[in-house]
Design a protein around this ligand. Structure first.
Ligand code: ARG
Length: 392
């Protein structure tokens, strides 16, 4: 019997390798680490440990797929309750890659290291089950605690460097870094500076604001300060630049799919800069009614991503709507980065539904006297109602 395991190289998933053999009776465990923009260090560690502890290890590249997914997030101005959805968006991509390996390996089951309290179990398993695989979740099924895992790891000669001291659970990819657990589980606890790795404290950010110009083509960012970038590098660059200015920190209470409220901390400089810029460009280009309706679409879209339901046909339909609106979202936005904020300060598009000529107080091409008739009808029913009420 063979199991394929979605592998991060951390304590949970490393313990899973041994449990799959010992408690579930698998003769062969294949680990799969999917690279959706992991830090080099983490990727290396996963690879080394996978090779050391499992019977076979795969590292599967998926940066391209993840960048494509990030483009979708940008076009949708995606956020769930204020969270930029980095982990959520990555999960179905990871799961697809793991399932592909499971097919190649003719595995009998797919395993993952998620707990029974979070969202990731739902996001992973939705995909694994779609491929018809038996799903195994040792941490959830055996009701494991971190303490127990550390003890078990020791007994099995698994080296788990510094896990006991590592006080937070971190999930990181190109779009966001999430920090949770440990002391942060007390929502009344103020997080120490040390939880942040991508962002400087705004207090120590440069005293001078910096203007950065971002070019969009059909809703997708293509250049920074007139320099063309490939998608992965562009996001990485803005993470660095924004991080230096202390941009993109979130400390929030989040409603997990299961209904549990959780305290979450995030860092996401590029996401904040790009979405603020993209939203601003849309305001210049899209009609009032498009903007209003798109908000509803964005909310629904983001919820599908958060819930791990991107295989729902609704997701495709919403993307079709979004892509249609993005046909004109071409142009640039200048963003002012300053001590934790990323504010649009200038914008241009050849598709702007904006006319300086028409709106200007200084010009006469549209005769303002025409507005008198409009104004006479405006609010008519409200006036009638208020007058009636006075008489009652
Ligand atoms: N709360 C976020 C989400 O559900 C981030 C979860 C982080 N995941 C993790 N395994 N540490 O998408």
């Amino acid at each position: 019997m063979k199991a394929v395991l979605a592998y991060s190289g951390g304590l949970d998933t490393t313990v899973c390798i041994f449990l799959l053999r010992e408690k579930y009776g698998f003769d062969e465990v294949v680990t799969v680490t999917v690279d959706i923009g992991l830090p080099e260090k983490e990727l290396k560690r996963a690879e080394e440990r996978g090779k050391k502890y499992a019977d076979k290890h795969y590292t599967v590249p998926a940066r391209k797929e993840f960048v494509e997914a990030i483009y979708k997030l940008i076009k949708a101005n995606a956020e769930y309750e204020g969270y930029v959805l980095g982990t959520a968006m990555a999960r179905p991509i990871i799961a697809e890659k793991v399932a592909e390996i499971a097919l190649i390996e003719r595995a009998d089951a797919i395993a993952h290291g998620c707990t029974g309290k979070g969202n990731d179990q739902l996001r992973f398993e939705n995909v694994f089950r779609q491929y018809g695989f038996r799903v195994i979740a040792p941490v959830r099924e055996l009701n494991l605690t971190r303490e127990w895992e550390i003890e078990y790891a020791k007994q099995h000669g698994i080296d788990v460097p510094a896990t006991k001291e590592k006080p937070f659970s971190v999930d990181e990819n190109l779009w966001s870094r999430s920090i949770e657990g440990g002391k942060l589980e007390d929502p009344s606890f103020i997080p120490p500076e040390e939880i942040y790795e991508w962002t400087k404290s705004p207090k120590f950010a440069p005293e001078e604001p910096e203007i950065v110009k971002i070019d969009f083509e059909k809703g997708i960012p293509v250049a920074v300060n007139d320099r063309k970038f490939d998608g992965f590098e562009l996001i990485r660059y803005l993470n660095e630049l924004g991080g230096r200015h202390g941009i993109g920190r979130t400390d929030m209470i989040e409603d997990r799919v299961l209904g549990l409220k959780a305290r979450e901390n995030y860092e996401h400089p590029a996401a904040t800069i790009l979405i603020n810029a993209h939203r601003d460009l849309e305001k210049l280009v899209l009609s009032r009614r498009e903007l209003k309706f798109k908000k509803i679409v964005e909310e629904e879209w983001s919820e599908l991503v958060y819930y791990g339901l991107t295989n729902d046909p609704l997701f495709e339909a919403l993307n079709a709507f979004i892509d249609k609106t993005q046909e004109r979202v071409t142009g640039w936005v200048k963003m002012k980065l300053y001590k934790g904020s990323a504010m649009p300060v200038a914008r241009y598009s050849p598709f702007a539904l904006y006319s300086e000529e028409l709106v200007s107080f200084d010009r006469v091409s549209l005769d303002q006297r025409l507005a008198e008739g409009f104004s006479a009808f405006h609010g008519l029913q409200g006036r009638m109602y208020q007058n009636l009420r006075r008489k009652l």
